[in-house]
Design a protein around this ligand. Sequence first.
Ligand SMILES: CCCCC/C=C\C/C=C\C/C=C/C(=O)SCCNC(=O)CCNC(=O)[C@H](O)C(C)(C)COP(=O)(O)OP(=O)(O)OC[C@H]1O[C@@H](n2cnc3c(N)ncnc32)[C@H](O)[C@@H]1OP(=O)(O)O
Length: 241
Amino acid sequence: MQRPPANTFNLEYLHEITNSLDEISKQKLKGVILTSAIPNIFSAGLDIKEFYKPDLQRLENFWSSVQDVFIKLLDLDFATAAAINGHAPAAGCVLSLSCEYRAMVNGNYKIGLNEAALGIITTPWIQAMMYQVIPMKHTETALTTAKLFDVDEALQIGLIDEIASNKEDAINRCKQYIRKFDKIPLHARALTKQRMRQTPIKILREQRDEDIRMFVDVVMNPSVQDNLKDYVEKLKNKKKK
Ligand SMILES: CCCCC/C=C\C/C=C\C/C=C/C(=O)SCCNC(=O)CCNC(=O)[C@H](O)C(C)(C)COP(=O)(O)OP(=O)(O)OC[C@H]1O[C@@H](n2cnc3c(N)ncnc32)[C@H](O)[C@@H]1OP(=O)(O)O
C-alpha cells in the first residue's frame, strides 16, 4: 500500500484495491503479502474525511466499497499474509485480520479496533473477524474499551502470529508461512479456508444493504458527527504540539 501520508482508505483507493484484487484473482499465485510502503504506518484505517460531514450518496458508495474489498480479501483462494510494518488501527487492523497470518515489526506501534473511541461501532462482520482470531472475551473487552495493543501485547493475545525485527524479516516470515501450502492441493486449502471464514463472509454477503443502512445511520447521528469533529481536530493539532 502506498497512499501517503497514512495509507487511509478513501473511496477511490478502495476502488483501486478492488481492481488489484480482481486482477490477482485471475492469476495462479501461491499467496499474497500485504504491507506498506510508508515507514511506521501499515494503515491508519478508513479515511475519516469520508464520514465527517459526508455526502450521503458517496457515504453509501464508500461503505459498499469497503464491503467489496473485504468480501474479496476473505474469499481469496490462495494464502494471504500481512507484514505489518507500523501502526494498524481500526480498518488497518481489519485488513490484517482478513489475512491468514500476521507478522508485525517490533517498534512503538499500535494495532487494534479503536472505533468506539471515535463514537462509531464495529459492524458484526468485523467483530466476527476479530473473534475468529482472538477469544470472544478478549474481543468484547478490546472493542468496548477501544483498546490499541502494543506489539508485545498483540502477540500475547494472539492478534499477531509473530514479531519481526524489520520489514524485510516480516516479509520473509510471511513467505515462509505461504510456503507451508506448497504440497497442499489448492482446492482443498481454499475450501477449508472459506468454510472457516464463513461467518463474516455470510454476514457480508447476506446483509449488505442492512449493513450499509446501519453504517449510514450511525455515521449521520449528530453526536457521532460531534465526536468525529473532535477526533479530526485532535489529529490535526498533533503536529502543532
Ligand atoms: C452496525 C453499525 C455499523 C456502524 C459502522 C460504523 C463504522 C465502521 C466501523 C469500523 C470500520 C473502521 C473504521 C476506521 O478505520 S475509522 C479510522 C480510525 N483510525 C484511527 O483512529 C487512526 C488515526 N490516526 C492515528 O492514530 C495516527 O495517525 C497513527 C496511525 C498512529 C500514525 O501517527 P503518526 O504520528 O505517525 O502520523 P499522524 O498522526 O501525524 O498522521 C499523518 C497524517 O495522516 C492523517 N491521518 C491519520 N489517520 C487518518 C485517518 N484515519 N483518516 C484521515 N487522515 C488520517 C493525519 O491527520 C496526518 O495528516 P496531515 O495532513 O496532518 O499530515
